[in-house]
Design a protein around this ligand. Structure first.
Ligand code: AMP
Length: 180
């Protein structure tokens, strides 16, 4: 993504200190979503990255990963799969508990959501410690897709969340923040 476009989107992200707990600099992306230009810059950038990868399923992580997960799935001609908090999915699931930047959480996915012929793009809005996406990657891995990619809109580079992922999994983010 060109620098001007990155700067434009970043200028639309609102920083909320001490949310949801003291010491966290919360990156509020709703302000980047509500701006039509910023929304389309991010959409086009993700499509450009994955349009030739043969993606068949986009997995979005509840809740902020649903927004671009669905937009991108539709634009890539792929299906959308929600990865949800416990107790929300109606059919048989597999689940995993993990630690995140603030607190602990569990995620679930329908056990038949992904198959061995799928090329999966996993998406969430933001990479902090990487705990959420690593747990999601484990879950999706149990369904043995052909290949898996990971994408975030925003990366908090100081937390080095990227290091948690196996070297053979390609991880992209559209923009990042340092020193916060
Ligand atoms: P993590 O598992 O630590 O990578 O946390 C990622 C998840 O928590 C994502 O779903 C983000 O939406 C949310 N999150 C964690 N830290 C922040 C932050 N500083 N600002 C905004 N969202 C965050």
């Amino acid at each position: 993504m060109e620098k001007e476009k990155i700067d434009y989107v970043k200028s639309k992200v609102r920083n909320i200190p001490d949310f949801p707990v003291k010491g966290i600099q919360f990156k509020d992306l709703t302000t980047a979503f509500k701006d039509p230009e910023s929304l389309n810059i991010m959409r086009d950038a993700i499509i450009e990255l994955y349009k030739d990868k043969g993606i068949t399923k986009v997995v979005g992580i509840e809740a902020r990963g649903f927004i671009f997960g669905a937009i991108v799935a539709s634009a890539l001609g792929a299906g959308f799969v929600p990865l949800r908090k416990p107790g929300k999915l109606p059919a048989k699931t597999i689940k995993k508990t993990y630690t995140k930047e603030y607190g602990e959480d569990t995620i679930e996915i329908h056990e038949d959501a992904i198959g061995p012929d799928d090329v999966v793009l996993m998406h969430d809005d933001l990479l902090a410690t990487g705990g959420t996406m690593a747990a999601a990657l484990d879950l999706v891995g149990m369904m043995k897709p052909k290949k898996t990619y990971i994408n975030f809109l925003c990366e908090l580079v100081d937390l080095k969340g990227r290091d948690i992922f196996p070297a053979d999994v390609e991880v992209t983010s559209l923009f990042d923040f340092e020193g916060e």
